[in-house]
Design a protein around this ligand. Structure first.
Ligand code: GDP
Ligand code: GDP
Length: 442
């Protein structure tokens, strides 16, 4: 079973290549050399909220500048579209509707079995985007999506609509289906013990096999829980062997960073008796830099003397100490007794889901309005008031939002942090970093 193919069509210069690159998010191009087809076509893998597909650029095949839909070209497009599950038809919203667009639309409408999404591109100006896009209703292809391939705005809604018309079934792809979880922390906090507890776990069905990691400084262990596969990236394993010969090894930040890079979710382990120090703070900052989801585990909880308040106090203090990842869930475990070790996987599942979550534009802008009401954006001394017009989510893993504002200089760190806090309190996103991109008027 192959990944569904989405073909991008439209006249030259409407922004097809730009949109293709936006959707594929910098993936490596895969060029298939297909016999019987006159041309090699460019396929790019793309993903939206965990749904995988590929986009194919028909750029070289489509519609010459003559605005004439020549029979020969039509044949070529037909070949390109034969394998597509859906089409994104791109038009230029700044230029407006052209006769060439109408010709393409006529032909696409005759392809009854093929879902068509109409992307009205180059509409980065939010105040006029919807009215300019509305003109393209005339093509009779349903709702036009106002997008800007360059800025990314509107592409989230387009992708939602796209995924909705694509086949639900996805091919099994092991490498993709598994969740990569890095277990990092200083030496002796209990990483190996936790790994062993996870593997032995409360579910004896767990499938265990040790496979070599892509780097020599981590050992990957595959486990399966509730039908889901996890690749545990353990930075301690190799060191354990080395320790026999050389004694305990120094904490290697670069090794931890390599593990973070390979992971979807990072489990940052802390020794309950030692608490969090600079090194944990640095690791937390790296996790955010790399845009990874995070779960904090406070291990050796059995070794701590406790009363009823201990856990809450500990949690509060840790949130302050690890302020980079203050949004991360904290799990208190004992690898020694097995206490709450199973909660780690539950938390990993939860944050992974948030990491690839997408908020519809309407909901996002409601949250934005709410935040703006509670506290207006700052103004300059000359009375120039900061304004946020519109927000849109342009990526997942981690969730990334573009905010269109009148002047980016008016939005300093303080207000940006306020907005992130408001988004979190209204929309959630436990365990996932969020990214905000501010864009001023062009
Ligand atoms: P293609 O021929 O359809 O593949 O179009 P390209 O992707 O090569 O883009 C054609 C031109 O339109 C380039 O100069 C792009 O920079 C520009 N362009 C593409 N997308 C946008 C957009 O969203 N906004 C604006 N303003 N220009 C865009
Ligand atoms: P790593 O260096 O982070 O992999 O840590 P290890 O798993 O090797 O554990 C270091 C030491 O802490 C060992 O002596 C473990 O027995 C001990 N240890 C690990 N987890 C726990 C725990 O939950 N409670 C207690 N009391 N000791 C633990």
């Amino acid at each position: 079973m192959q990944l569904p193919v989405v073909a991008i069509v439209g006249r030259p210069n409407v922004g097809k290549s730009t949109l293709l690159n936006r959707l594929a998010g910098g993936s490596e191009a895969i060029v298939y050399d297909q016999p019987g087809v006159t041309r090699d076509r460019l396929y790019l893998p793309a993903e939206w909220c965990g749904y995988r597909f590929q986009v194919v650029d028909t750029g070289g095949l489509v519609f010459e500048d003559s605005e004439q839909f020549l029979p020969l070209i039509r044949e070529q497009v037909a070949i390109a579209l034969a394998e597509a599950s859906a089409v994104i038809f791109v038009v230029d919203g700044q230029l407006g509707l052209t006769s060439g667009d109408r010709e393409v639309a006529d032909w696409l409408r005759s392809q009854k079995q093929l879902p068509v999404l109409l992307a009205v591109n180059k509409l980065e100006e939010p105040s006029t985007a919807l009215s300019l896009a509305a003109e393209f209703y005339a093509l009779g292809l349903g709702e036009p999506f106002a997008v800007s391939a360059i800025h990314g705005s509107g592409t989230g809604d387009l992708l939602d609509a796209l995924v909705a018309v694509l086949p639900k079934e996805q091919p099994e792809e092991r490498e993709q289906a598994e969740l990569r979880v890095a277990i990092i922390g200083r030496p002796n906090v209990g990483k190996s013990s936790l790994l062993n507890a996870l593997v032995g776990g409360p579910h004896p069905r767990a499938l265990v096999s040790e496979v070599a990691g892509t780097t020599r400084d981590a050992i990957d262990t595959l486990i399966e829980r509730n039908g889901r596969r996890y690749r545990l990236i353990d930075t301690a394993g190799i060191r354990k062997k080395a320790r026999v010969d050389y004694g305990p090894e120094a904490f290697s930040v670069s090794r931890a960073i390599r593990a973070i890079r390979r992971a979807d979710v990072v489990v940052l382990v802390i020794d309950a008796l030692e608490g969090a120090h600079d090194q944990e703070g640095n690791l937390a900052a790296k996790i955010v830099d790399q845009g990874r989801a995070c779960v904090v585990v406070v291990n050796k909880w059995d070794a701590l003397e406790k009363d009823t308040y201990t856990m809450n106090h500990y949690r509060e203090r840790l949130r302050e100490e690890l302020n980079f990842v203050e949004w991360a869930p904290i799990v208190f475990t004992s690898a020694l007794t097995g206490q709450r070790v199973d909660k780690i996987i539950e938390a990993v599942d939860r944050v992974a889901e948030q990491h690839q979550r997408r908020v519809p534009t309407a909901v996002l802008n409601e949250a934005l309005q709410e935040a703006l009401l509670w506290r207006s954006p700052p103004a300059t001394r000359q009375g120039r008031q900061g304004r946020v017009y519109y927000a849109t989510q342009i990526a997942t893993n981690p969730p990334t939002f573009v905010l269109f504002v009148n002047d980016t200089k008016l939005f300093k760190e303080g207000y940006r942090r306020y907005l992130e806090g408001q988004f979190r309190s209204i929309l959630g996103f436990e365990g996932s970093p969020l990214r905000f991109v501010f864009r001023g008027k062009p």
